[in-house]
Design a protein around this ligand. Structure first.
Ligand SMILES: Cc1cc2nc3c(=O)[nH]c(=O)nc-3n(C[C@H](O)[C@H](O)[C@H](O)COP(=O)(O)O)c2cc1C
Length: 370
């Protein structure tokens, strides 16, 4: 289906209702899964959260596995689903799935630097192929409009399996398989300041022709990956251009604390910031707490609580995915390194509970994610 340019108006949706500045949890693949977002909503409550990026092409081949990324709970709202890929038609269909699942917004990843992603023309590679990037944007926008206009997953001829998984997820979360209210949601882009050199001014001008609700900018080029310091001057230059339009802008990169986020907002003129790595094992960052402000007992209890949500969501399979979180929680107290070394070897929740041995056997029953 050709996704033609057309006269568009910026639609901000829930972004307009958020009080500024916006303190958001940055999307992180393998990190911002259901359990992590749930624990962050409970203990930090960022203004908005993003899912991990999710492949639009993969959605149609392995819906059950891929849609795990889109499991969420009502307490996380507002929540934005991030998608990536290179095929406009798949973006069009995936956007229907995002809308059907009741997300508050959809975000297009144009910033991932991973080799596997970039070689398929996805992520930050899209900075170098603006025609494709714009076609993807139009496909997403049209997907949002068509879904709100009554298009269903069944009419789109998506597989019965995918439709059933989506229905089950909605049922589990809300008690209703098919959403009754069909509303337009805002779309946004998360990107970097360039591919191998800084081109952010030209790049945001290109993106602005389609009038996104938000552009989030990580202050590094793809070539930099995560090296060097994030370039907040480049973000500030982009913010100046974006502020000539109704589109919002968020900056991102290297923020360790909420206080640093506030200063970055003041200095660069962005509407908000995304905090990524420093929120790992530290949901309290959104309450403006420093990592060492949180005592040993709370750290251990939260690590266990996180592990319970993980188990409830994914089972014991893949428990090792928790390691990065456990390593981050078990810091800043005297016997932390001993506990870390033991915790990363466990294979299930019971072993972890035994090692951290701080709670009774009924602890697990007390927690029920909604
Ligand atoms: C493990 C990891 C996974 C990431 N996955 C994503 C992703 O799925 N989508 C995305 O837009 N950015 C992703 N990022 C980039 C972060 O959202 C963020 O832009 C980057 O880490 C810089 O912010 P920070 O310095 O606050 O961490 C990821 C970063 C890390 C460290």
């Amino acid at each position: 289906m050709p996704y033609k340019p057309r006269m568009v108006q910026t639609f901000l949706g829930f972004w307009e209702r958020l009080s500024k500045p916006i303190m958001a949890l940055s999307p992180m693949d393998g990190v911002t899964d259901f359990a992590y977002r749930y624990i962050t909503a409970l203990h930090g409550k960022p203004d908005v959260v993003f899912t991990e990026f999710t492949t639009v092409e993969g959605l149609f081949h392995a819906p059950e596995r891929i849609l795990q990324d889109f499991e969420y709970s009502e307490i996380e709202r507002p929540i934005v689903a991030q998608i990536y890929g290179a095929t406009p038609d798949d973006f069009y269909k995936a956007t229907h799935v995002v809308c059907e699942l009741g997300f508050d917004g959809v975000d297009i990843n144009m910033g991932c630097p991973s080799k596997a992603v970039v070689k398929r023309n996805c992520g930050a590679k899209l900075i170098t192929v603006p025609d494709l990037a714009l076609e993807i944007i139009r496909a997403v926008r049209q997907g949002i409009q068509d879904w709100a206009g009554g298009q269903t997953l069944e009419k789109l001829a998506l597989s019965q399996n995918l439709c059933e998984v989506v229905g089950r997820m909605n049922l589990k979360r809300t008690g209703i398989a098919n959403p009754v209210l069909k509303k337009i949601i805002p779309w946004s882009v998360k990107t970097r300041i360039g591919y191998d050199s800084v081109v952010i001014e030209n790049w945001v001008e290109t993106l602005l022709t389609e009038q996104p609700a938000l552009i989030s900018i990580h202050g590094r080029t793809l070539k930099q990956m995560y090296s060097g310091a994030a370039d907040w001057d480049a973000i500030a230059r982009a913010a100046k251009i974006i502020h000539q339009t109704p589109t919002l802008v968020m900056g991102n990169g290297d923020l360790q604390t909420l206080e640093e986020g506030r200063r970055a907002i003041e200095n660069s003129g962005v509407d908000g910031v995304l905090i990524g790595r420093s929120a790992i094992g530290n949901p309290w960052v959104f309450k403006n707490k420093m990592p060492f402000d949180i005592g040993r007992e709370v750290r251990i209890k939260t690590a266990l609580e996180h592990a319970i949500y993980f188990k409830q969501s994914r089972g014991d399979k893949g428990f090792r995915h928790l390691n990065k979180h456990l390593i981050a929680y078990l810091r800043h107290f005297s016997d932390a390194s001993l506990l870390r070394a033991a915790a990363v070897r466990v294979k299930n929740f019971e072993e972890l509970q035994h090692i951290l041995s701080c709670t009774g056997p009924s602890y697990e029953n007390k927690i029920t994610p909604s």
